[in-house]
Design a protein around this ligand. Structure first.
Ligand code: UFG
Length: 347
């Protein structure tokens, strides 16, 4: 039996799953999805890009406390101690740096956290006999693909140090799985995560001026930024603006539960895209966010951003067949939940 029932008021019971970076944007939503599926998430975070108050928010959503281990994945003594005090059924590894531009300026920080952090974790798992790992990868491993939608068989290459770390991490896991049947890895290649938990209690909280489209739009909608800069209106797309596969963060969270179940039931490892298979343009996102906040949002056309591709859309069919996973939520639900989150949490 993988998951046991959970009584209201008790700590979450069921198989313990370690979530490195579990207080972050995708980690915190996955903690909710795991607890709702009957697992007991244990959040490990150094709070370099998350707030400790996320744990209180998780308790408000779930009605039960979520265990926290505060520390850094590069600290091997800390990791060893965590694995001594808990018996984990599996690990979901979110803890990583993720800003493409920053990775160009500080490549060593990216390799240290993303690659050395992964090997530190794998060494500790090996020593503790924990063999199942779900790994946060990214569509960035496809570089600038010319096939649409993008299948998992598309060539993988890098366009930034951040992408190099995801490629190197994937390659390490694939080589380890080939070398030793002890290991079972679920590699999830996220397309563009967006939105927030339906409660508006947890969501994305970038520091400073956001790089990504949805958190930027949220600040325009709140009146904290004057307008959206549309990066390029002359792409070969229907309205000339960039097209992406936005995936609701709660759908993405549920994909982790599906990946975990597949590993735990012995069906073996996988490397799959997590997306909807539907592309939305910057202008479509702008219109959807405008509907969510109840007014037309100001925008200005501008030049293309360096390195941006015209279109990036997932072929989600492998995740459907291997994980039995399909996204359920719409672009409007992503914008509505984001707006609920930012209006509940602004000022
Ligand atoms: N965009 C704007 N204005 C903005 C921000 C974004 O027009 O202020 C446009 C971009 O040009 C792009 C689209 O909105 O066409 C989406 O941009 P995001 O920055 O939200 O997302 P990206 O697709 O560029 O990046 C995401 C992740 C990266 C990952 C990459 C490739 O944020 O971590 O997908 O998988 F590397």
């Amino acid at each position: 039996m993988l998951a046991r029932s959970q009584a209201k008021g008790d700590a979450v019971s069921g198989d313990k799953i370690l979530l490195t970076g579990g207080a972050g944007y995708i980690g915190s939503h996955t903690a909710v999805a795991l607890a709702e599926a009957g697992y007991a998430p244990v959040v490990l975070d150094n709070f370099s890009n998350a707030k400790p108050s996320v744990l209180e928010r998780l308790e408000m959503i779930l009605g039960v406390p979520v265990a926290l281990e505060r520390g850094d994945i590069l600290d091997r003594a800390f990791l060893a101690d965590v694995f001594t005090r808990h018996e984990f059924g599996a690990v979901i590894h979110f803890a990583a740096r993720k800003a493409v531009g920053e990775s160009v300026a500080r490549p060593m920080d990216y390799f240290e956290t993303n690659c050395c952090g992964l090997t530190a974790l794998l060494r500790t798992m090996e020593a503790s006999g924990v063999r199942n790992l779900v790994f946060s990868s990214s569509a960035t491993v496809y570089g600038e693909p010319d096939v649409f939608p993008v299948p998992e068989t598309a060539p993988r290459w890098h366009t930034s140090p951040y992408a190099m770390t995801k490629l190197a991490s994937e390659d390490l896991l694939l080589a380890m799985a080939d070398a030793d049947p002890f290991w079972a890895f679920g590699i999830l290649r996220y397309f563009n995560p967006a939105g927030a938990h339906e409660s508006g209690l947890i969501g994305e909280e970038p520091d400073g001026i956001p790089n990504n489209l949805m958190p930027y739009l949220a600040k325009v909608a709140l009146g904290e930024l004057p307008h959206l800069n549309v990066f390029g209106d002359d792409f070969p797309t229907p309205d000339g603006t960039g097209v992406r596969d936005f995936v609701h963060v709660m759908d993405l969270a549920e994909a982790h539960v599906s990946s975990l179940r597949t590993l735990l039931d012995g069906s073996g490892g996988h490397a799959v895209n997590i997306g909807t298979g539907e592309g939305s343009s910057v202008m479509q996102m702008l219109a959807s966010y405008g509907r969510a906040c109840g007014r037309d949002l100001p925008w200005k056309p501008g030049p293309r951003r360096a390195g941006d591709v015209a279109k990036l859309v997932a072929d989600p069919s492998l995740a459907a067949s291997v994980l039995k996973f399909r996204t359920r939520r719409t672009l409007d639900e992503m914008c509505e939940s984001s707006w609920r989150w930012v209006t509940r949490n602004s000022r």
